[in-house]
Design a protein around this ligand. Structure first.
Ligand SMILES: Cc1cc2nc3c(=O)[nH]c(=O)nc-3n(C[C@H](O)[C@H](O)[C@H](O)COP(=O)(O)OP(=O)(O)OC[C@H]3O[C@@H](n4cnc5c(N)ncnc54)[C@H](O)[C@@H]3O)c2cc1C
Length: 271
C-alpha cells in the first residue's frame, strides 16, 4: 500500500518546526521515518503534514556537561554505533546501537524518534530508562525535562503534549567503577526483543537498578536491585512478583533475561 498524500516541510531549527506542529493542519514530526514510514504505508497514520526534524541544527547537536552528555534527538543509531558521538558511559552505548535492527535502519533511525515512538521493545527505551537518562522537550509552552521513567507512560505512549517535540536525551556520565549489562532475546537478528533486562551498578553515584523491558508496557524496575546484583535475592521470584500481568511463558523468558543480565554484569562480558 502507498501512504495517503501528505506535505513535507524540512525544519532547520526546532523553533521553525514548532508553529507547523501547532497549526491548523494535522501535522506530525518525522525524523528517521523507520517507524513512522511503515505506519504511513499501512495508512495507520494519515497526517496532512510531516515536519522533518532530521536536519535540525539543535537536534543534531551533542553538548558536553560536567555530569552528563546531551544527545540531540536526531542523532542516529549509526552515529552511536560508529563512535561518531562521544560516549557518556564507559563504552556502553555503541554495543546497544549495533544490535538495533539492520544497518540500513540504523543509518536513518534516531534516538529521539525511538524514544518518542516508545515501542516497549525498543532498545533505547529500555537502556535509557536503565541508565537513568532524561528527556528534553520543547513545545508551545517552552522547554521542560522529564526522567525517562516519567516520559514513557505505556506502550507507544509518552508524556509528550500536542505540539511538543523531543529535542535531546541527557545521559548521566558514569565513571570507571560503574558496571552495566543489557540482555535481550530476539527470535532472529534485526527483530525487536521478546524480553530484555538491564542492570546498572554505580557505587560512585549510589545508583543500582534492575529493569525489565519489552513487556508490552513501560519498563518496570525490579525491587531490591542491590540484593539481586549481590545474589541475595532470587531473580525468578522478583520477576514473578513484579510482572504478574505477563503470561507464565513471557515471565519465564523475562526471568531468564534478568538472570543472564545479572551474570553478564559479574563477568563484565557485554550482554
Ligand atoms: C525492520 C525494522 C526493524 C527494527 N528493529 C528495531 C530493533 O530491534 N530495536 C529498536 O529499538 N528499534 C527497531 N526499529 C525501529 C527503529 O529503531 C526506528 O528508527 C525508531 O524506532 C524510530 O526512530 P525514527 O527516527 O526512525 O523515528 P520516526 O519513524 O521518524 O518517528 C517515529 C515517531 O516518533 C515521532 N518523532 C520522531 N522524532 C521526534 C521528536 N524529535 N520529537 C517528537 N516526536 C518525534 C514521529 O512523529 C513518530 O510518531 C526497527 C525498525 C525497522 C523498520
Amino acid at each position: 500500500m502507498k501512504p495517503a498524500p501528505f506535505d513535507l516541510i524540512p525544519a532547520r531549527t526546532a523553533a521553525e518546526a514548532l508553529p507547523h506542529l501547532t497549526g491548523p493542519r494535522d501535522a506530525k514530526p518525522v525524523a528517521g521515518s523507520q517507524s513512522l514510514g511503515p505506519m504511513l504505508n499501512l495508512r495507520l497514520a494519515r497526517p496532512e503534514l510531516l515536519v522533518d526534524l532530521s536536519a535540525c541544527a539543535e537536534l543534531r547537536a551533542v553538548t558536553q556537561e560536567p555530569d552528563a552528555i546531551l544527545y540531540g534527538a536526531a542523532v542516529t543509531h549509526a552515529e552511536f554505533e560508529d563512535g561518531a558521538v562521544p560516549d557518556a558511559t564507559p563504552g556502553w552505548l555503541a554495543p546497544i546501537a549495533r544490535r538495533i535492527a539492520y544497518r540500513a535502519v540504523r543509518n536513518r533511525g534516531t534516538i529521539g524518534g525511538s524514544i518518542a515512538h516508545a515501542d516497549p521493545a525498543a532498545d533505547w527505551v529500555a537502556t535509557m530508562t536503565g541508565m537513568g537518562a532524561s528527556v528534553r522537550i520543547l513545545g508551545p509552552r517552552g522547554a521542560r525535562e522529564l526522567p525517562m521513567a516519567a516520559f514513557v507512560t505505556g506502550a507507544l505512549s509518552t508524556a509528550l503534549e500536542p505540539g511538543e517535540i523531543v529535542t535531546a536525551i541527557r545521559v548521566p556520565r558514569r565513571g570507571p567503577d560503574a558496571r552495566w549489562s543489557y540482555w535481550k532475546f530476539c527470535r532472529k537478528t534485526g527483530e525487536f526483543a521478546k524480553a530484555s533486562a538491564c542492570v546498572l551498578a554505580d557505587p560512585e553515584r549510589g545508583e543500582y537498578r534492575v529493569l525489565a523491558a519489552a513487556i508490552e508496557r513501560a519498563p518496570v524496575e525490579l525491587p531490591d536491585p542491590e540484593g539481586l546484583i549481590e545474589g541475595r535475592t532470587d531473580p525468578r521470584a522478583a520477576v514473578e512478583a513484579a510482572l504478574p500481568f505477563l503470561s507464565p511463558e513471557r515471565r519465564a523468558l523475562q526471568a531468564t533475561a534478568t538472570i543472564r543480565a545479572l551474570a553478564a554484569l559479574k563477568t563484565g562480558v557485554p550482554a
